[in-house]
Design a protein around this ligand. Sequence first.
Ligand SMILES: *Cc1c(COP(=O)(O)O)cnc(C)c1O
Length: 395
Amino acid sequence: MKIYADNAATTRMSRTAIDAMIPYMESVYGNPSSLYSIGQEAKEALDQARDRVAAVINADPKEILFTSGGSEADNQALRSAAAIGARKGKKHIISSAFEHHAILHTLNRLENEGFEITLLPVHEDGLIVPAELEAAIREDTCLVTIMTANNEIGTIQPIKEIGAICKKHGVIFHTDAVQAVGHLPIDVKEMQIDMLSASAHKFHGPKGVGFLYARKGIALTNLIEGGAQEKGKRAGTENVPGIMSMAAALKEAADHMEENTEHQKALRDRLIRGLLEIPHSALNGDALKRLPGNANFCFEGIEGESLLLLLDDKGISASSGSACTSGSLDPSHVLLAIGRVHDVAHGSLRLSLGEDITEEEVDYIIKSVKEVVEYLRSFSPVWRDLMAGKTPFIL
Ligand SMILES: *Cc1c(COP(=O)(O)O)cnc(C)c1O
């Protein structure tokens, strides 16, 4: 059996998304800035894509800027808010300890440039506490950036409450919604979101394309200088096939969101029940306030990398954390942020299910993980010490 259970890292492109690209490579390949008809046709298509994308999050099409993906959108959002803040002498930014590296590394840069960063604690349930956010806001706070849903443990933050707090204090609110867009209902007006990042390859669109929503009135800072594309805020000939494909993928995801969510949640919960039968195991993050397809576990006495390789032998593609950090032996900053100790954080497993996951596949995953964990523990010195009572169990 071949099971792809790493949809948080990337997703397979849907047929709709692939079909939507082809005309813009084969026939309508003009440059949208050109004045002749195949250029203008491409431009009209882009306008249509912008309308579609905006509609899904209840934004105005003028508020959508196409980018090369989530990382670029995150970088531009943070740079823009920082520039707005600096002009008013406000150089304090609030974020959380378990953001994506596109956020955390940009914040490091800004810190080196003289900004002060407060990282809110993320509690054991994988959530921040809105009252702690409010208490952290100061006179000189220019930006709050908190992700909508975490890419490793899938927990969903109280975005509407955070939006209301930021609005009350006149602070710009950005959210990295890369894991959420196409999977959870997002309404930027109702949630009072000022800026939001999204990426097509996380909702069955192509890699290398995404968008930044920035509320009207927020002045964006360019990361890329050049031509006047994207209202002069992001130079470079538009990735027309990618953008068309992203818009089609997003519309498809939005149209089927309710049924997809119901199906994924039921199977996610079956998976969680099955794997928590393993002794000395734990689910990471709140059991309910999590993405419909995400299940993330720690198993005591084993090492995540070996688990992944053995699961791969059984045809299961999974992850120990984010694709960006796996390969390094450092435990996930997300798991450390929610209070898992190093040894336990090393034995982690992220399974992110797709919309087409079946009950049979989930049962195969449960059986396989149980076998592999038992096998790895059978010769693990750490497990032997735990069983002998030399070291205490944590989970
Ligand atoms: C994948 C991801 C990103 C990066 O998006 P890219 O399009 O791959 O650059 C940023 N934030 C989160 C939460 C993600 O899951």
